[in-house]
Each structure stands twice: as structure tokens, then as C-alpha cells.
Design a protein around this ligand. Structure first.
Ligand SMILES: Cc1cc2nc3c(=O)[nH]c(=O)nc-3n(C[C@H](O)[C@H](O)[C@H](O)COP(=O)(O)OP(=O)(O)OC[C@H]3O[C@@H](n4cnc5c(N)ncnc54)[C@H](O)[C@@H]3O)c2cc1C
Length: 473
């Protein structure tokens, strides 16, 4: 994944560049200029690309100007929301990075229960703004992930079984298309574009404003984070498999094998021990929430737990420190599960014990509930039928360990293959080794509908660093 090209010269007239820069509300940083080294980095430390420049957009007009500049100069154009995509889609060698992060305003309409979020916001911006009204937009489980990338490829968070995928709450958008023009969509007009933005990737244009339906929940929630010894993981997973779809839709369990890290909040005597954890939130802070989450504590002998009422904003930051920006190297790849027999559980525990890095995890996300109900517009987001999503998260520190960690992740998927669908969840796509085939598998019959929309809004594939909808079909 690393770039060997450290300096990429482009023959663009200096005058043209200066004109572009002078017309911006935000800043353009070119290779070699102060601040460029920091600006070129994305979250995954494995990604080491050198764009010609990074334009930090402050306004819709900046986004339009950058699109037109990239198109006229024939430059590859990468769009950056939160920069969290594991494959490093938010940057490119030799092209222009359109950085949306300065555009992070969030406007809540508490009466209408709608939330307008600018295209470069992170979930922390949205969570903070909605919390004061006792509302939430169901995002992901880490607060500094971008609203943009997560929503455009689906979005699964702590309330997915109660409120659906993130993209299911998207009710409108404003987008700059490849010709630089502004296009809007909502439930009643251009609803085919809304359908595509609900999970069809960043293929159609740059979303400058997302409009979400908000849901009543919070500002406080009950959190259950129950850590069992790793050896008890199989038993816990058997319970999750049997009880899974009967558990109330209010709870959506994320569960994972890992190794207890050193430091707070874990007691010293369990540091370094393998664990299997169950994590879920409930929006009822009284008896109902307590009772619904109680079974998560009763599937073995937990060695550590958090069972408490906390602000939703805080619960959303529970994992933030585990995933530092650009300091670590990451390879995450997922597949929806066909089945989870005991044999598959044995393979998971075997692989968990072989992980080369103690920072890695093997994750199982419980699905279903509201994820299976959609409004008339529907969404492009793939597989809704599966009960569980499997995701291997390889997280490590040194470049010298790249091969061992990636090989372990791939071996794990390979050994679990008999119980996995072909379809990946596109927000955990690995390095998109399959190319456009990954999108074809993920979207199934909807792929051709997405190609038609791609041809309408981006016929020359200007927005090509994403889930690979090929305008050629
Ligand atoms: C620590 C961490 C935790 C995560 N947790 C979850 C989780 O709980 N649930 C979940 O579903 N996923 C989760 N993810 C996966 C995450 O959804 C994807 O990595 C997603 O791509 C991140 O979006 P981003 O805007 O931060 O990324 P970026 O890398 O900036 O963008 C990803 C893609 O979206 C495009 N894009 C971004 N913003 C826009 C925009 N405004 N308009 C058009 N295109 C845009 C980019 O061009 C790129 O193709 C997590 C990822 C990380 C790193």
C-alpha cells in the first residue's frame, strides 16, 4: 500500500494554481509547503501517499471550485471526510485531496426532529449537538469517524437494531456533482439519488450537507461492557447465537476477542489476558434497560465489567483512544455470516490465540431488527438478511510486522470461509483487493441501478476513490 513516489511533479501552470488558491475561502497546501506533511496523512498509518495538494474547503463554493479545478487539470481527486477509511480512500498520489473537515457545522431542528450536518463533520460534532435536545442520529461506535464516509457506505452503530443503519435515517442531502453543479435530494424529489447516497458510497458527488431524521434517546444511556476470559468466549458466543434474534431490538451487541490492554480502566491482574467482550447500550436508564442488558453479565464468569449509566456522548468515545490517527497500522476486513456453528466458533478462538498483535480483535456484530425495515425510498446498502457480521481487525505498530498481521487477518477469513457470505460490509473493506468485484458482490442486483446513477452524476468517474461503481458497467 505504500507509495514509492515521494515527489510527483505536475505540469500545471503556476498562474492557474494561484488563481484557484486566490478564489478559495479555505486554504490550499501544495507539496513542499509548510503544513503539507501533516495535511497529507489519513488515519491508517499504512497509507503513505503524496497528493499534489490538499485543499481545505470552508464553503460549498470551495468544493465546487476544487471539483472544477481537478476536472480541468485532469487531476485525480480524492475526497476526505473523517479520513477513517481503512483502505486510505481519502488520499491519492499526485492528485488533489479535497478535505471537507473544516465544514462541520451541525444544525438541529428539535421540533421537526431533523439534523443538518455539513459533509466534513465527525460523529462527535453531531452527538454533542443532538444530546442537548435528547435526540440522536445513530452513527458509528467511535466519535471521530466521519459522518460522510460512514453514512455513504451504510453505517452500523449502537442503535442499529432499534433505529436501523445510519443511512436509513438520511432524509435529504445537498451534493456537488462532477460538473460542479449543486444537486439536492430528499424523500420527495430526486429520491433515486437519495436511495444511492444511502449506502452506495461516495460515487456520485461530494455531499456538502446531510439531513437526518433524529430519534428520541439520551442524553444518558445504560452501557454494558462485559469482559469474559477468552476461554469462555465459545460459551458466550453460543448464547449470542441462540438468543440473538430474540433479544430486544433496543440492544445491538458488538462482541469481540482481544487481549486486555495495560492501563485504565482495567485492573492490573488481568492485563495481557485474552478476553471475549460483549458491549451494548440501552436508551432506558431505569429498570427496563437494566433488565434487558442483565443477560449479558450472566453467560460465564466476567473478569471485568462496566455496567453503568453514562452520557451517550461519553459512551460514543469509549473506543476513541484505541484507534489513534496515523500512529498505528490497520487492516480491517469483514464478511456477513451465513451461519455460526460450533466449528466456526472453534476456528475463531484458535485464530484469536494466534493474533500477532495484542491490539487486534475479532469482532461479531449482531444485526437484524430495524435494519430489516426500510421506508419507501429504501437504500443501496447491501445485505440486510444476515444475523451477524464478522470483522477481523488487525491493529499493530511497526511496518516490519505488516506482513504477519495482514497474513493473520486473511488466514482468519480464509478459515472461516465456509460460514461467510461473499458480501463484505463496505465500511470494513480491507484494501479492496477484489476491485469492482467487491462492490458487485455487495450490491448484487442493485449494482446496475447504481451504474445508471453514476453515469448521470459522474460519467467520467471523477469520484473514483470509493466503492468502485464503474460507469462502464
Ligand atoms: C476507528 C474506526 C471506527 C469505526 N467504527 C465504525 C462503526 O462503528 N460503524 C461503521 O459502520 N463503520 C465504522 N468504521 C468504518 C467507517 O465507517 C469507514 O472507515 C468510513 O469510510 C469512514 O468515513 P470517513 O468519512 O471517516 O472516511 P474517509 O476516509 O474520509 O472517507 C471514506 C470514503 O467516503 C468518501 N466521503 C467521505 N465524506 C464524503 C462526503 N462528504 N461526500 C462524498 N464522499 C465522501 C471518501 O471520498 C471515501 O471514498 C470505523 C472506522 C474506524 C477507523
Amino acid at each position: 500500500m505504500e507509495s514509492s513516489a515521494k515527489t510527483i511533479e505536475r505540469n500545471i501552470d503556476r498562474e492557474v494554481v494561484n488563481q484557484f488558491r486566490d478564489g478559495l475561502d479555505g486554504a490550499l497546501l501544495l507539496q513542499g509547503e509548510e503544513g503539507y506533511e501533516q495535511a497529507r496523512l489519513v488515519w491508517n498509518g499504512m497509507i503513505d501517499k503524496y497528493p499534489m495538494g490538499v485543499v481545505a474547503c470552508e464553503s460549498v463554493a470551495d468544493v465546487q471550485a476544487a471539483v472544477i479545478f481537478a476536472r480541468n487539470q485532469n487531476l485525480p481527486l480524492a475526497v476526505r471526510g473523517g479520513g477513517h477509511n481503512v483502505a486510505g480512500l481519502a488520499t491519492c498520489d499526485g492528485g488533489l485531496v479535497l478535505d471537507m473537515t473544516p465544514m462541520h457545522e451541525v444544525v438541529v431542528d428539535p421540533e421537526a426532529k431533523t439534523v443538518a450536518v455539513e459533509g466534513g463533520a465527525q460523529w462527535a460534532h453531531a452527538d454533542l449537538a443532538t444530546a442537548e435536545h435528547g435526540l440522536i442520529v445513530p452513527g458509528g461506535v467511535v466519535s471521530d469517524t466521519g459522518v460522510g464516509g460512514l453514512t455513504l457506505s451504510g453505517g452500523i452503530g449502537h442503535f442499529r437494531r432499534k433505529f436501523g443503519m445510519t443511512c436509513d435515517s438520511l432524509i435529504g442531502a445537498e451534493m456537488v456533482a462532477a460538473n460542479g453543479e449543486i444537486v439536492t435530494c430528499d424523500l420527495n424529489h430526486n429520491s433515486d439519488l437519495l436511495w444511492a447516497l444511502r449506502g452506495g458510497g461516495g460515487n456520485f458527488g461530494i455531499v456538502t450537507r446531510f439531513v437526518f431524521r433524529a430519534h428520541e434517546a439520551g442524553p444518558d444511556v445504560r452501557i454494558a461492557a462485559i469482559f469474559y476470559p477468552g476461554e469462555q468466549g465459545k460459551r458466550v458466543l453460543q448464547w449470542l447465537r441462540e438468543a440473538g434474534s430474540d433479544l430486544p431490538e433496543e440492544i445491538s451487541i458488538v462482541s469481540f476477542y482481544g487481549v486486555v490492554p495495560e492501563g485504565e480502566p482495567f485492573p492490573t491482574e488481568i492485563h495481557g489476558r485474552p478476553f471475549y467482550a460483549l458491549l451494548a447500550l440501552h436508551d432506558d436508564t431505569g429498570e427496563v434497560g437494566e433488565q434487558a442488558l442483565q443477560p449479558l453479565r450472566e453467560q460465564g464468569e466476567p473478569m471485568f465489567e462496566i455496567f453503568d449509566v453514562v452520557p451517550y456522548v461519553e459512551a460514543q468515545q469509549f473506543f476513541d483512544e484505541d484507534y489513534p490517527r496515523h500512529e498505528l497500522r490497520y487492516y480491517w476486513k469483514s464478511k456477513f455470516m451465513k451461519a455460526m456453528p460450533d466449528e466456526a466458533l472453534d476456528v475463531m478462538w484458535e485464530q484469536a490465540q494466534k493474533q500477532p498483535s495484542p491490539r487486534s480483535t475479532l469482532d461479531i456484530w449482531q444485526l437484524g431488527g430495524a435494519m430489516r425495515r426500510q421506508d419507501n425510498v429504501g437504500s443501496a446498502a447491501g445485505s440486510r438478511a444476515a444475523e451477524f457480521l464478522f470483522n477481523v481487525e488487525a491493529n499493530w505498530e511497526q511496518a516490519a510486522d505488516d506482513d504477519a498481521n495482514i497474513a493473520w487477518a486473511r488466514e482468519t477469513l480464509d478459515k472461516l470461509k465456509p460460514w461467510l457470505e461473499e458480501q463484505a460490509y463496505l465500511n470494513f473493506p480491507g484494501f479492496i483487493e477484489e476491485g469492482a468485484q467487491q462492490a458487485r458482490d455487495a450490491f448484487g442486483d442493485d449494482y446496475t441501478r447504481l451504474v445508471d446513477l453514476k453515469r448521470r452524476y459522474d460519467p467520467d468517474n471523477l469520484f473514483r476513490f470509493n466503492t468502485n461503481i464503474d460507469p462502464e458497467g
